[in-house]
Write a protein that binds this ligand. Structure first.
Ligand code: UT7
Length: 331
């Protein structure tokens, strides 16, 4: 058994200042606050509105925050993994841009496309580099600029998504704290239900398809909901079983924030009371890869060394999974 674990030693979030409330959306599409609140749990979401700013600029704030908290220099970072579907460019990777902007001169990295599971996929990958002993400081970011790919005349999608995210620093731990297990899943047959239809190699952008609006997020909400509810709950129950965790043993569930009803179903399946479930969907909506690190950032002051934490997500791809970790520090 490998006794080096990958522990989270700092967490930093970032949300832009701009707020888009349900009332604001009532002016844009045929919807209302009551419908959005009861169907999703969302009251408002953040929007990056500054001209010329992109995902990397939010990522820079996250990396800077991590460096300030841990008093490390960006040059000490070995690797930066960015879970995102809204990178600055199709290529190069936003990880490269962030490294350049923060002066992480000795790091390499890449973007990881797993939609709402981007952070947990990234955390699973980053963990391997720490456990093998190859690296000492790996930054894993989950971050999206969803308003850059949303059609604000489509009420099926514009009410859900927001901008923002967060990141963690992973470092070796020999006290048994850190990522202890992960169950990652995917099913590409789900690609038809949640996707950006154009802008990739299958359908490069043309004047015609831009006029059709196919460059924006398309979602068949009902279908995605059905798969999300069962798969997120299943994988969360599976990681508990594999690790002999009872509901009493789990201190916190950190669920992807897509819909309050999906979160409630997962918590119920795990037998967890509301007090153990991190929920901030009402403030930020669904920031895709950003939701889980945003929760960890907000709850960081309450987390204690040794807490048993389950992270769980489901999203486009389909991609989904759960991670079991032991929190490594008191704030
Ligand atoms: O994050 C990654 C994965 N994504 C998810 O997990 C999202 C999963 N899906 C969902 O969260 C939900 O399906 C939505 C929130 C997107 C939609 O909620 P729903 O309860 O599935 O609504 P629906 O699409 O079945 O629509 C129900 C009714 C329809 O009207 P009729 O046909 O019953 O008359 C819709 O036309 O609500 C109507 N509707 C709306 N009404 C007001 C749909 N969108 C809206 C809206 N405002 N924004």
């Amino acid at each position: 058994m490998n006794d080096i674990k990958a522990a989270i030693t700092a967490v930093q979030g970032y949300v832009p200042d701009g707020i888009l409330s349900n009332k604001d959306l009532e002016k844009l599409v045929d919807t209302n606050d009551e419908w959005i609140t009861t169907r999703t749990g969302i009251k408002e979401r953040r929007m990056l509105k500054e001209e010329g700013k992109a995902t990397s600029d939010m990522g820079v704030e996250i990396v800077k925050g991590i460096c300030e908290k841990t008093k490390i220099s960006p040059e000490e970072i070995d690797m930066i993994i960015v879970g995102t579907i809204t990178g600055d460019y199709n290529f190069p990777a936003t990880a490269n841009v962030i490294c350049d902007k923060v002066g992480a001169k000795n790091a390499w990295g890449f973007d990881l496309s797993a939609a709402c599971s981007g952070f947990i996929y990234g955390l699973t990958v980053g963990t391997q580099f720490i456990e093998t002993g190859k690296y000492k400081k790996v930054v894993v970011i989950g971050l999206d600029y969803m308003s850059s790919i949303i059609d604000y005349s489509d009420r099926a999608t514009c009410i859900i998504f927001g901008d923002g995210g967060g990141g963690v620093l992973l470092e070796p731990n020999s006290e048994g704290m850190g990522v202890l297990d992960s169950v990652m899943k995917s099913d590409g047959a789900g690609r038809h239900y949640l996707l950006q239809k154009t802008g990739g190699s299958l359908a490069p952008l043309t004047k015609e398809n831009i006029d059709d609006g196919d460059q924006y997020v398309y979602q068949e909400g009902k279908t995605v909901f059905k798969y999300a509810v069962s798969n997120m709950a299943d994988v969360s129950a599976e990681i508990m079983e594999r690790n002999n965790l009872s509901s009493e043993d789990v201190d916190w569930l950190v669920p992807h924030q897509a819909n309050l009803r999906i979160i409630d179903a997962t918590a119920k399946r795990m037998g967890l009371p509301d007090e153990k479930v991190m929920i901030n969907i009402q403030k930020y909506g669904n920031t895709t890869a950003g939701t889980i690190p945003l929760c960890l950032w907000e709850w960081e002051p309450k987390l204690k060394k040794g807490d048993n934490i389950v992270l769980s997500a489901f999203g486009g791809g389909f991609t989904w999974g759960a991670i079991y970790l032991k929190w490594a520090y008191n704030s």
